[in-house]
Write a protein that binds this ligand. Structure first.
Ligand code: CO
Length: 141
């Protein structure tokens, strides 16, 4: 079997993590369960949870010339990406590359919150930036 388990998280681009976390607490009762920042990605993030359902990942830029900074300048705050959990990210990335799918990451890399991730180019996914998150056990290489 191949494919995704389901939605792992929804990524939302925001200018201010604290303000956005407070807003989502008010709107849907979501609570911050972790924060992270990745200098290499130029991104700070807060992971919010609700009692059931996917996580929310609020992403804010560490500078204007970062990917999220450019996204905000061009499109403003809003939906940034949808992340799907997969059992074996190495196998999924190989399968997608073999199928000719345009990937941003041709190899899985370490993403926010310690996840192994790979991004699929929006042009290959109906204009949506798609993130795959490894949720399975040890990789089978
Ligand atoms: Co994400």
């Amino acid at each position: 079997m191949y494919g995704a388990d389901g939605i792992h998280h929804i990524g939302i681009a925001v200018r201010d993590l604290d303000e956005a976390a407070e807003r989502y607490a008010l709107l849907i009762g979501a609570r911050v369960r972790a924060r992270d920042a990745a200098e290499g990605l130029g991104t700070a993030a807060a992971e919010l949870e609700t009692p059931s359902g996917p996580l929310l990942e609020l992403v804010a830029p560490l500078g204007e010339e970062t990917p999220v900074g450019k996204f905000l300048a061009k499109r403003g705050e809003g939906m940034h990406h949808v992340a799907y959990g997969v059992q074996d990210i190495d196998a999924e990335v190989r399968r997608l590359l073999a199928a000719g799918v345009e990937m941003i990451d041709e190899e899985p890399r370490s993403g926010l919150f310690g996840h192994r991730v790979a991004f699929i180019h929006p042009d290959a996914a109906g204009g949506v930036l798609v993130e795959l998150v490894h949720t399975g056990g040890a990789s089978h290489g």
